[in-house]
Ligand binder design. Structure first.
Ligand code: ARG
Length: 279
């Protein structure tokens, strides 16, 4: 069965404000280059045997291209495929959420709403920016601290526990790793790539107890999004490789595919953030 993956074309992609430290550079986005980089991602996914689906981009939603964040996508034997809609920190990003929820609703996904409260001081949850599956779907890792809030993650954990899915909260402490997907990337069911400096000490201890092999990235590698890759059919799609990362991938039986994401990095995102795998 080919893996299905959702992408959003970058038609309106831009950097217009500063939602994370990467966006402080004030570098203009080269739209044509962004389009070419996105096309290259699309064909690399197809070459890796994935079936690519797309959602229609919306004018004025400059970050909508980051298809990982608007909902959490899951599957459970009891209820089938489901989503948990995000409550994004930034208003401009929160406006993306209904478009994605509709996309999933039209395709038969059950919608699990987590009550995060309303208004300014409410809880936040940012989809697969912070919520990542164990590859065998047996548990979910949940980053919090910059975007998703600790109590948002707790409420998500309650909702998942009703389905019998354990959630492991992980506290993030490096502003350049504001989403869990920048410092945590399962390579297979036994091995994970992490950047240890991104975690509070207790969270790091928790993580170390849950994996057979933990491969560590340096700060420099993590901040270049080498831990924000996509694992697909024996390949690791990544914006850069270092000799260390190459050795890790070799050990885990993955071959690197390098894809330039310079334009999206100006917005603080790379390959992992630009897609959502569908069950
Ligand atoms: N500019 C976007 C933001 O700050 C980038 C999101 C990147 N997504 C991710 N999953 N890390 O929200």
């Amino acid at each position: 069965m080919p893996k299905h993956v959702l992408l959003c074309p970058p038609a309106y992609f831009d950097v217009v404000d500063q939602k994370n430290p990467y966006m402080a550079g004030k570098l203009p986005v080269d739209r044509q280059k962004a389009q070419r980089q996105w096309e290259a991602l699309r064909s690399a996914l197809e070459q890796a045997g994935c079936e690519v689906e797309t959602i229609t981009p919306v004018a004025g939603l400059e970050d909508m291209v980051f298809a990982a964040n608007q909902v959490f996508v899951g599957f459970h034997d009891n209820i089938g495929k489901f989503i948990v809609p995000s409550r994004m920190v930034h208003d401009s990003r929160q406006r993306e959420v209904p478009f994605y929820v509709d996309w999933y609703r039209q395709r038969g996904y059950k919608i699990i709403e987590v009550d995060l409260g309303t208004g300014q001081g409410n809880d936040r949850l940012e989809g697969h920016g912070d919520l990542l599956w164990q590859p065998d779907w047996s548990r979910i890792y949940a980053g919090y601290g910059f975007r998703s809030t600790s109590s948002g993650v707790e409420k998500f954990r309650d909702a998942m526990s009703k389905l019998g899915i354990p959630v492991v909260p992980l506290e993030l402490v490096d502003p350049h790793c504001y989403h869990l997907d920048t410092c945590f990337c399962p390579l297979n069911n036994e091995a994970v790539l992490i950047y240890p400096g991104a975690y509070a000490p207790e969270s790091l201890v928790t993580l170390r107890g849950l994996w057979k092999r933990i491969h560590e990235l340096t700060a420099d590698e993590a901040h270049k999004f080498m831990g924000n890759g996509i694992v697909a059919n024996g390949r690791y799609l990544t914006p850069y490789v270092s000799p260390r990362l190459e050795a890790i991938l070799r050990q885990e039986g993955l071959s690197p595919v390098i894809l330039d994401t310079s334009e999206f990095e100006k917005s603080g995102g790379s390959l992992f953030c630009m897609k959502a795998f569908l069950p």
